[in-house]
Design a protein. Structure first.
Length: 199
């Protein structure tokens, strides 16, 4: 991990995503949609649904980790590197008036506060979507993931879920709660309306 540069990482990511970025819809007032939730609660699926309907660029911490780190070890230094690059990419896209959905766990104020600060400095709006699901369903999804039936790029299993659950704290900002075991078309419509307001 020693010797990495956030600037070089961002350049690498922009080169990887260049074609996707070219085709992004530019908005007058871009928005950061911050996903929050434990592994297996449906964040990536909801992010893709929302991105398709509201024309957002998905920044996935799992995907970016695998772009930057050939053999992820999920250390604290690796976490810092990945999230510094995620935040940097969010900043660059917002500066281009491209709205984003940040698909990551974002389980507590230490994860959410930097994003709130970023949205303030960029004078853009931010909305939080907390994904939840019944634990038996989560456990089943994570078992499928271990067996290769999940194509969202996460390596998190049930043990990681239990470990991360101890780090999750209540969100103090306003947020939408998404129970991924239910139909969430109303939530998508509500967030889409928030995004489209004042465009």
């Amino acid at each position: 991990m020693a010797g990495y540069s956030v600037a070089k990482d961002l350049k690498q990511l922009e080169d990887i995503y260049v074609e996707e970025i070219k085709h992004c819809f530019v908005k007058n007032r871009p928005v950061i949609v911050v996903m929050s939730g434990l592994p297996g609660t449906g964040k990536s699926y909801f992010s893709e649904q929302l991105a398709a309907t509201a024309e957002l660029f998905v920044i996935s911490s799992d995907r970016i980790r695998k772009c930057l780190v050939k053999y992820p070890k999920y250390t604290s230094n690796e976490h810092y590197r990945v999230f510094a690059s995620c935040h940097g990419l969010i900043e660059r896209l917002i500066q281009k008036n491209i709205s984003v959905v940040f698909d990551a766990t974002n389980l507590n104020k230490f994860a959410i506060q930097p994003l709130k600060k970023l949205s303030t400095s960029l004078n853009c709006r931010m909305v939080i979507a907390l994904c939840v699901a019944p634990e038996p369903l989560v456990q089943s999804r994570l078992k499928d993931r271990v067996n290769g039936k999940d194509d969202y790029g996460s390596d998190a299993d049930w043990d990681i879920y239990k470990m991360l659950k101890t780090k999750q704290t209540a969100i103090t900002e306003p947020y939408y709660e998404i129970d991924s075991s239910l139909d969430n078309s109303d939530a998508i419509t509500a967030i889409q309306k928030f995004i489209m307001d004042e465009q």
